[in-house]
Design a binder for this molecule. Structure first.
Ligand SMILES: Nc1nc2c(ncn2[C@@H]2O[C@H](COP(=O)(O)OP(=O)(O)OP(=O)(O)O)[C@@H](O)[C@H]2O)c(=O)[nH]1
Length: 423
C-alpha cells in the first residue's frame, strides 16, 4: 500500500503521543505511589494501635499483680508502683487517636468500664490494708474481680483480632490495586514500545530513506553520473524532491544550451572554430588508430565583399547561411563542417583520401555555382574557391594540414577562383 504522510501532522502526532505516554505512565506511577504510601501508612497505624492495646493489657496485668501483692504483704512499695500505672489514660489515648468500628468501640468501652470495676474493687481492698491483712481480704480478689480481668483480656483480644482483620482486608485490596496497576503499566509500556517502533519504522521509510535517497542523488549528480531512477512522494519530502528534480532539469537544459552555444556558430548554425579544433584532434586520434585518412577543405566565397558592399550586411548574412547549408548538405553527416571565420568555411572529411576529397570539394563548388541566392527580386550568383589537403603522418598534425589547405585555397584564388586546388 502506498500512502504519503504530512510531516507536520506526523510530528504533531508524535508530540501528542509522547505527551500521552507521559500522562499515562506518570498517572500510573503516581497512583501506584499513592497506594503504596497508603499501604505503608496502614501498617504503621496498625502497629501503633495494636501496640497501645497490648500496652494497656500489660498495664492491667501488672496493676492487678501489684494490687494483690500489696493486699497480701501490705508493703507500701507495691502500692506506690500500682499508683504509677495510669491505665485510664491509655484507654483515653486509644479513643482519641483512632477511629474504631462500632463493635470495636463497644469492646473498648467495655474494657474501660471493667478496668474501672477492677479499680473500685482494688480501692476497697486497699482501704482495708494494712489493718485487715487476712485471707478474707484476699478473698475479695476472687469472683467478679477475676471475671472482669478475664473479660478485659477477651475484649482486648477480640479488639486486636478485629483490627488485624480490618487492616489485613484493607491492605489486601490495596495490594490487588497495586498488582493491577503494575499490570496496566506493563501493558501501557508494551503498547507504547510497539507504537514507538512503528513510528521509527515509518520515520525511516517515509522521511529518512527519501532524504538519504535525495542525498545519494545529489552525490550522483556531483560525480556527473546519470540518474538511474527518480522517486516521487506526495508529501513534503516529495515536494522537495520534485523541486530538486525540476531544478536539476532546468540546470541540465541550461547547461545543454550553453554547451551548444559554446560550440555552435550563431549565424549559420554550423560548428565554430573552437569546436572544430577539439573535434579535429579527436578525429585524428581515431583515424590513426583505424589507419584511416582524413582530409580538410578550406573554402572561401569569391568576391563576397562586394555582396556586403552592394546589398548590405543583412543580405551578406543570408548569403552566408545559404552557402553554409549547401556545404553541410553536400558532405556526409559524420564530416565536420565549421565556420572558420568571416566567409571562410572548413570541412573535415572523415575516412577520405585526397582524391575523394577533391571530388567532394568539386561537388560543393558546383552546387554553390548552380544554386544562386534568391530573395524576392534579388538573385545572386555565387562561386567558391576551395583548398584541399590531406592530413599526413608528419609531426605538424592538424595545424600543418590547415596551413596546407590555406595554401591550396590561396592557389585556387590566385588561379582564377571558383576552383579546387590540392596540396
Ligand atoms: N555579412 C557578413 N559579412 C562578413 C562576415 N564575416 C566577414 N564578412 C565579410 O566578408 C568579406 C571578406 O572579403 P574578403 O575575403 O576580404 O574578399 P572577397 O570579397 O571575398 O574576395 P576574395 O576572397 O578574394 O574572393 C568582408 O567584406 C567581411 O566584412 C559576416 O559574418 N557577415
Amino acid at each position: 500500500m502506498v500512502w504519503n504522510i504530512n510531516i507536520r501532522v506526523f510530528f504533531s502526532i508524535i508530540g501528542l503521543f509522547v505527551l500521552l505516554q507521559l500522562v499515562v505512565v506518570g498517572g500510573f506511577l503516581y497512583a501506584s505511589n499513592h497506594f503504596y504510601n497508603q499501604w505503608v501508612e496502614n501498617c504503621r497505624e496498625y502497629q501503633q494501635v495494636t501496640g497501645k492495646i497490648n500496652k494497656a493489657q500489660q498495664q492491667i496485668i501488672s496493676r492487678t499483680r501489684l494490687a494483690r501483692q500489696y493486699a497480701v504483704t501490705g508493703k507500701q512499695q507495691y502500692l506506690d508502683d500500682y499508683r504509677a500505672l495510669v491505665t485510664d489514660e491509655l484507654f483515653f489515648q486509644l479513643f482519641e487517636s483512632f477511629s474504631f468500628s462500632d463493635s470495636e468501640q463497644a469492646w473498648l468501652n467495655n474494657s474501660a468500664n471493667l478496668a474501672k470495676q477492677l479499680v473500685e474493687i482494688e480501692t476497697t481492698v486497699f482501704d482495708m490494708v494494712p489493718t485487715s491483712l487476712s485471707p478474707a481480704v484476699v478473698q475479695l480478689f476472687t469472683g467478679d474481680y477475676y471475671q472482669a480481668q478475664d473479660s478485659i483480656a477477651r475484649q482486648l483480644s477480640a479488639l486486636t483480632t478485629s483490627i488485624e482483620n480490618r487492616y489485613q482486608s484493607k491492605n489486601t485490596s490495596l495490594q490487588m490495586m497495586l498488582d493491577k496497576l503494575n499490570f496496566y503499566i506493563i501493558v501501557a509500556l508494551v503498547v507504547f514500545i510497539t507504537i514507538t517502533v512503528l513510528i521509527l519504522i515509518t520515520m525511516h521509510k517515509k522521511i529518512l530513506r527519501p532524504i538519504s535517497y535525495l542525498t545519494q542523488t545529489i552525490e550522483t549528480m556531483w560525480r556527473g553520473e546519470k540518474l538511474e531512477k527518480r522517486v516521487f512522494y506526495k508529501d513534503e519530502i516529495g515536494f522537495l524532491a520534485r523541486q530538486f528534480y525540476s531544478m536539476k532539469d532546468y540546470m541540465d537544459e541550461n547547461y545543454r544550451d550553453l554547451e551548444i552555444m559554446s560550440f555552435q556558430d550563431a549565424l549559420t548554425g554550423l560548428y565554430n572554430r573552437r569546436y572544430f579544433f577539439q573535434a579535429a584532434e579527436q578525429s585524428l586520434q581515431t583515424a590513426k588508430r583505424n589507419k584511416q585518412q582524413i582530409c580538410l577543405l578550406m573554402t572561401d566565397l569569391d568576391y563576397f565583399k562586394s555582396v556586403n558592399d552592394i546589398h548590405g550586411h543583412l543580405v551578406g548574412d543570408e548569403v552566408l547561411r545559404h552557402v553554409s547549408s549547401i556545404i553541410a548538405g553536400t558532405v556526409r553527416e559524420s564530416d565536420i563542417c565549421a565556420r572558420f571565420g568571416g566567409e571562410e568555411f572548413i570541412v573535415l572529411l572523415q575516412n577520405t583520401v585526397a582524391s575523394g576529397a577533391v571530388t567532394i570539394a568539386e561537388k560543393i563548388r558546383a552546387n554553390i555555382e548552380n544554386s544562386p541566392y534568391v530573395s524576392g527580386d534579388l538573385t545572386l550568383n555565387l562561386t567558391i574557391s576551395i583548398g584541399v589537403s590531406q592530413i599526413g603522418n608528419e609531426k605538424g598534425g592538424i595545424n600543418m594540414t590547415l596551413d596546407n589547405a590555406d595554401k591550396a585555397l590561396y592557389q585556387a584564388k590566385n588561379s582564377g577562383r571558383n576552383r579546387v586546388c590540392l596540396i
